[in-house]
Structure formats: structure tokens, C-alpha cells
Design a protein around this ligand. Structure first.
Ligand code: PLP
Length: 413
């Protein structure tokens, strides 16, 4: 017939964050004023010196293919950056450059997982991990990130999940969606569990530069673990470069060669002038990043304090990324129902706020796995003014949620 899809396509998940954008657009076209706290990208502009580097590259006709694993000077810049920030001597041959961190997840899993292999991943967690692992025929086992541990995990529980068939453990710290950060001790204990086993650790450190208080620890820095680690990082979040599409992995050299081959067969290479801009980002002035992170920290405090002042809401103060993950289970509804209510249900029921907001876009914690039930993910990649408007709306809307939605049928976890 020509209209059937491969069986494996039924194992690929979508991403609620992207799907919600379409719903918000439709509401905005109806003239509704929605405060978007669903956004997974910095609301800051890419720093000027990075843009200038790309413009200069384009004007010098830096517009051709590069080697598939990335240009040597870009790979060298990443190796220097990783050596400096992780304290582990790293060579350019270990580095592969991709058009974003997401393709790096996809291709790293493709390069290392066989049918039936086990992957242990965080729940709640970034949905791509389980989606791609399932797609590739792996068996996925979640480990739970617990609010009472600051969205860290119980290491003894994690140890029990690592079996002889576990070929990959996925770590993400600082985390999406919770903002939680693993301690150096957590990472060292995890390294002790997997060291020497035939098991890769994919450590997604894309939010590494967005941490508050102390510098977040890197799994790659744990002793004797680099060879079995796939360090994943990129430019999207730290340098406000989501639309540029640029990410990297650092791996052992045989895996790096495999990843280069996958790049040859899929993307050919990341765009040439973006790689040049990427070098400028890593080696240029980091003052704009420091001021972005300082502003994120002020917004985090505004949002956490504001949410904790709302009756029925309990919000952990995260140490990284730009998300909060408030517990709204006391209202008794599934998180998705609260998501829909805040987005459009409250305003449809005539709830109005002094600032004239019609809705707040947040994501149900279940968009990140079953253990996200009872939580919402709110991003603070939005202005302090909009965060105040959103808090005011959430407070008024939640104070009337039982009146509008009726008694909850089930109590959320
Ligand atoms: N890893 C995590 C934990 C993320 O939150 C994201 C984006 O939201 C990515 C990877 C993907 O980053 P990129 O935009 O560079 O593909």
C-alpha cells in the first residue's frame, strides 16, 4: 500500500512540550493571553560575540561540509573545555559534534544498544531517553527521582536495578524536569556500582552551567569511569543557542568512530558556521552566561517562594536548570487535568485576575513519566513580571479548582 509505517515507529514517543506549543498558538490566535511557563529554552538572546563569529564565518563562505564528527578545531575546543570543566584530560579524537544534544542521544543509543538490552533511566525524566531506547528494542527500567531527596535517587534502589543485562544507565544532572542535582557523593557511589561492568553511562550534562550556589558535579569526573561514559553536553541551554542546533559527546575512541560513521550516514555533519560560532561560545566571554544564570536564580526564588505561599502547593527549591516541579497532589486531580485547567479551563469557567491573564501554560509531570504524577513542570525562562502574573493566576485558579472541576474522582499520587 505504501502507507504503512515500520513496526518500530509505534514504540517512538512524542514530546508533550512540543505538542503543547500548538495548543497555545491556537489559544493566542483566539486572542487569549497565556503566560508560557512550558518553555524548555532560555528566553535570553545568544550573546553578541557568538552571533558575530557566525556572521563572519558566513561572510567568509564557511558554508560547506565539514568532517562528519566535526571540524578538528571545534573538536579541539570541546576537548579543552571538557578538560578544564571536568578535570579529566580529554583529546579531540574522543569528541563528536552533532546538530544538537538530542541527535547525540539518539545516535549514542543506536551505536551501543542491541535488541533486548536493558536501559535504566530517570523517572520523571527527559522523555527522549525511554522513547529512543524503546524504539531501538531495548527494555527500559526507570529509577525514581524522589521529591523528599531533592529529586535525587536512593542509590541502594538504583544498584538493585543494574543487572547483568543492563547496557546503559542514563543520568541527567542538573535535571529536566525537576531542576534537581545529584551530589558528587551520589555520582561517586553510582560510579562504584557500574565501574568495570559492560555498561555505558550516558550522562546528560546539558544544564551543567546553569547551577546555583555551588558548581554541579560531573559524572565524567569520577575516577576510572571515563572510558565507559558517554558525556553529553551542548550549546543550547548554556549559551541560549537552542535554534542553532549544536551538541557534543565525549566517549572512548572506538565509540567516537562509530558515532562519526552514524553522522556520515544521517546528517553528514553539523553546520559549518555553527561549529565556528560554537568555538567562540566556549572560548569567549562568559560574563553574559553568568548574568543569565544570576537572573535565573532570582526568578527561581520568586517562583518557589510564590508557589509555596499558595495553599495546597509544595515546591522544592531546585539547585539547577530553569524548571521547578511543584507538588500539586493535594488537589486530588491527575496532573494533566490541572495542566488543562490552568491553561484554558479556569478562564473558560470565568475566572479572571487583575492582570487580565487568561491562562498559564505548564506541563503535567506525567509528560516526563508515570512518577511525575502529582507534579507540574514550570519553566522560569520568562520575565519576573510574567512570573508574578502567573503566580497570581495560579493562586486564584487553584483556590476555585474544586468548585469548577467538582470533587476529584481519584487522589493523585
Ligand atoms: N537533554 C535534556 C535533559 C534536555 O532538556 C534537552 C532539551 O530540552 C536536550 C537534551 C536536547 O538539547 P538540544 O536542544 O541541544 O537538542
Amino acid at each position: 500500500m505504501g502507507n504503512t509505517l515500520a513496526t518500530r515507529m509505534s514504540r517512538l514517543g512524542g514530546e508533550a512540550a512540543f505538542e503543547l506549543l500548538i495548543v497555545i498558538k491556537a489559544l493566542e490566535e483566539q486572542g487569549k493571553r497565556v503566560i508560557c511557563l512550558n518553555i524548555g529554552e532560555p528566553d535570553f538572546d545568544t550573546p553578541g560575540h557568538i552571533i558575530e563569529a557566525a556572521v563572519t564565518a558566513l561572510q567568509s563562505h564557511d558554508t560547506h561540509y565539514t568532517p562528519s564528527p566535526g571540524r578538528k578545531n571545534a573538536r579541539e575546543a570541546v576537548a579543552r573545555y571538557v578538560t578544564d570543566t571536568r578535570g579529566v584530560p580529554t583529546t579531540w579524537e574522543q569528541v563528536t559534534i552533532f546538530p544538537g544534544a538530542k541527535p547525540a542521544i539518539f545516535l549514542s543509543m543506536m551505536a551501543t544498544l542491541n535488541d533486548g538490552d536493558e536501559v535504566v533511566y530517570p523517572d520523571p525524566g527527559y522523555p527522549t531517553y525511554a522513547s529512543v531506547a524503546n524504539f531501538l528494542g531495548a527494555t527500559c527500567t526507570p529509577y525514581i527521582l524522589r521529591e523528599e531527596l531533592g529529586f535525587r535517587t536512593q542509590i541502594d534502589d538504583l544498584a538493585k536495578l543494574i543487572t547483568g543485562k543492563t547496557r546503559m544507565l542514563v543520568l541527567n544532572s542538573p535535571q529536566n524536569p525537576t531542576g534537581g542535582v545529584f551530589t558528587r557523593q551520589d555520582l561517586s557511589d553510582i560510579a562504584d556500582i557500574v565501574r568495570g561492568k559492560d555498561c555505558y553511562v550516558l550522562t546528560d550534562e546539558i544544564y551543567m552551567q546553569i547551577a546555583y550556589g555551588t558548581q554541579a558535579a560531573s559524572f565524567y569526573s569520577a575516577p576510572g569511569i571515563a572510558d565507559q561514559t558517554i558525556l553529553l553536553d551542548g550549546w543550547s541551554k548554556a549559551y541560549a543557542m537552542t535554534g542553532w542546533r549544536l551538541g557534543f559527546t565525549v566517549t572512548n575512541q572506538p565509540l567516537a568512530r562509530g558515532l562519526g560513521l552514524l553522522m556520515t550516514n544521517s546528517n553528514s555533519c553539523a553546520a559549518a558556521f555553527t561549529q565556528t560560532a560554537g568555538i567562540a561560545a566556549l572560548e569567549g566571554d562568559h560574563a553574559p552566561i553568568a548574568s543569565m544564570v544570576a537572573e535565573f536564580e532570582r526568578r527561581r526564588d520568586l517562583l518557589v517562594d510564590g508557589l509555596n505561599a499558595i495553599p495546597g502547593v509544595k515546591c522544592h527549591r531546585p539547585e539547577g536548570a530553569f524548571y521547578v516541579f511543584p507538588n500539586v497532589s493535594s488537589f486530588g486531580y491527575p496532573a494533566k487535568k490541572i495542566q488543562d485547567y490552568l491553561l484554558s479551563g479556569a478562564s473558560a469557567a470565568g475566572i479572571a485576575t487583575p492582570s487580565g491573564i487568561d491562562g498559564v501554560a505548564a506541563l503535567a509531570g506525567t509528560a516526563f513519566g508515570p512518577h511525575g504524577e502529582g507534579y507540574l513542570r514550570l519553566s522560569y525562562a520568562n520575565s519576573q513580571e510574567n512570573l508574578r502574573f502567573a503566580l497570581e493566576f495560579i493562586e486564584i485558579a487553584l483556590s476555585r479548582i474544586h468548585e469548577v472541576l467538582g470533587a476529584p474522582a481519584t487522589v493523585a499520587a
